[in-house]
Design a protein around this ligand. Sequence first.
Ligand SMILES: [Zn+2]
Length: 252
Amino acid sequence: MATKPPSLYLHDLSWPELKEMLPEIKVAIIPVGSTEQHGPNGAFDFDTSGSREFSKKLGERLYPKALVTPPVMFGMSNHHIHFPGTITLRASTFIDTLMDIVWSLSQHGIKRFFFANGHGGNSPALTIVVNRVKQEMGFKAAWATVPYDFVNDVSAKHVKSPTWGHACEIETSVMMHLHPQSVKKDALAKGDVPDEVVKRRGTPVHEGRFFDETTKNGCLGDARLATPEIGRELVEAGLDRVAAYLEEFISE
Ligand SMILES: [Zn+2]
């Protein structure tokens, strides 16, 4: 091989290029998204493009130790189904899909897996998957919603809304930085959140709900407050911290 590929995003590689690099690859980063409404503020690809772009940058930080796979673009979005366009997998299909991806990569000698999640609704299934990978295959697997789970302190500085976490000032800022073409800049809106939802914040109870019961226009927070500068700060802090975590994850 004359020159090494400049990055390790699987869809950009040929198999001889990948084969040459495999001995140096210590972890697969698997972006996991959704095809889900994000209010008037964003396109259906928010979670998929966000997790993919964050993962590519993460892969560059860890080069050549991380292979970044193409994103899983359908996730667990049952609760969004009342909004037109939402496509969801059933939990069993989603879990089987992720297990099949891990099995396939393991056949090429990869033994550590990090799911770079872009959608909160995927969380319960991802916890099942990382445990099954460990218990049934004996491989290390982990997931986090990125960059958000790693940057709560940075988010706290910029959040202005009582309810946030979906197409809000934080997620929209991140997308303005990572994939601005997905942001509907002329339609940015505040979440239309009923008072009883605001009052119920912080309850320890998990009640089954459709998302249009939580917000009538499909978003939380106030995306009009989003800026690419806030997004850059969240992403850069997230990259530093997730990369540091993964360096430890692959060192053992
Ligand atoms: Zn999202």
